[in-house]
Design a protein around this ligand. Structure first.
Ligand code: FNR
Length: 347
């Protein structure tokens, strides 16, 4: 059975490695340059120590948290990652079912096989957030913002550290197109008549996205949706302050899981500075390298409201579809709850 001998995220990762075809494993595990930042994300958590408070009554431990007004049962949500179709035929829908089973939120990636509406309708009980790219055509952005709002999404995520160059030209992955059917209905209203990954498709994508985006684009989004806006990819206190000045509601401290600029700091190391800079004027979350419940507790103890996971959800999806995603979240929750009991730290 697929759930035998799986007791940790590391076990799920191993199972995913065995199940995923090489191209998919390569895409999911890719890091920037030589992976300094990816490694540092993991190692940084190990450098922090928990100081337990004992003799407290820990019989009731509450793992729930409120994110932008929505209550999540657990302080672990699923961040935007591209192309879940590599891990499972039901792609993002299966991931969303896993998240909904644990009553936590999920960000629908723009590089998803399912449209804004399909995704929301398939998992009506889910907590849905939408990650929108910056486009040159603002009418297109406005349409996407309105669609997300109408479909019941409760936040817009804007990623500020993504460059499309590595996505287009990843020499380690080899020739495209991919051997599974891909479509990205949230990027184009009318899909280009080219295979995803082909040079022609990449040209269409490059023509549509606005790169680089600037603060002015963030302001435009802020002014053009009623939904809360989360800025993902903040690593400096100064950018966090600028985000707050522009009315951004949430800041996701992230280095893209070490997939973009290498040599930038581990997220957990810059979290305290950013929380200080924000001064309670926005919610602050963190992602990158969360692999255990004690990692989650460390992030919360350092002031994060909630953590996001990227690869672990994809590993769960590859391991056992929606149930595998649920299992990943359950493992982290069980470990977190135990760590809360043993350290006397809880909400
Ligand atoms: C990502 N991530 C990401 N982020 C984003 O804003 N837009 C995107 O399209 C993607 N795509 C993507 C694909 C894959 C395969 C991975 C693994 C990641 C980054 C993601 O949201 C998150 O920041 C990191 O994955 C967090 O680090 P961990 O949990 O993977 O260590």
């Amino acid at each position: 059975s697929t759930s035998a001998l799986i007791t940790s995220i590391a076990d799920v990762e191993k199972s995913a490695r065995e199940r995923l075809p090489d191209y998919a494993w390569a895409y999911y595990s890719r890091t920037s340059a030589d992976g300094q930042t990816y490694q540092d994300n993991l190692e940084a958590y190990r450098r922090y120590r928990l100081i337990p408070r004992n003799l407290r009554d820990v019989s009731i431990r509450d793992t729930s948290v409120t994110v932008l007004g929505t209550r999540l049962d657990i302080p672990v949500a699923i961040g935007p990652t591209a192309i879940h179709r590599f891990a499972h035929p039901d792609a993002e829908l299966a991931t969303a079912k896993g998240a909904a089973a644990m009553n936590t939120g999920m960000v629908l990636g723009s590089f998803a096989n399912h449209s804004i509406e399909e995704f929301a309708e398939a998992v009506p009980s889910g907590i849905h957030w939408f990650y929108m790219l910056f486009y040159k055509d603002r009418r297109h952005m406005k349409r996407q913002l309105d669609r997300a709002e109408r479909a019941g999404y409760t936040a817009i995520f804007l990623t500020i550290d993504q460059s499309f160059q590595p996505f287009f030209v990843d020499k380690r992955i080899g020739p495209r197109p991919y051997p599974v059917p891909l479509r990205f209905p949230n990027i184009f209203d009318v899909e280009p008549p080219h295979a995803v990954g082909s040079t022609e498709y990449r040209d269409c994508l490059a023509a549509a996205v606005k790169e680089p985006a600037t603060w002015e684009d963030v302001e435009w989004v802020r002014d053009n949706t009623r939904l809360p806006v989360v800025l993902k990819g903040v690593l400096s206190a100064e950018d966090a302050r600028m985000a707050v000045e522009r009315g951004v509601n949430g800041i996701l401290v992230s280095n893209h899981g070490g997939r973009e600029q290498d040599g930038v700091p581990a997220t957990i190391d810059v979290l305290p500075d950013i929380i200080r800079a924000v001064g309670g004027k926005a919610e602050v979350y963190v992602d990158g390298g969360v692999r255990t419940g004690t990692d989650v507790l460390k992030a919360l103890a350092l002031g994060a409201r909630c953590v996001f996971i990227g690869r672990p959800a994809l590993w769960g999806l590859a391991h056992n579809g929606a149930e595998g995603v649920e299992q990943v979240l359950q493992i982290l929750t069980d470990e977190l709850s135990l760590a809360m009991a043993r350290t006397g730290m809880f909400n």
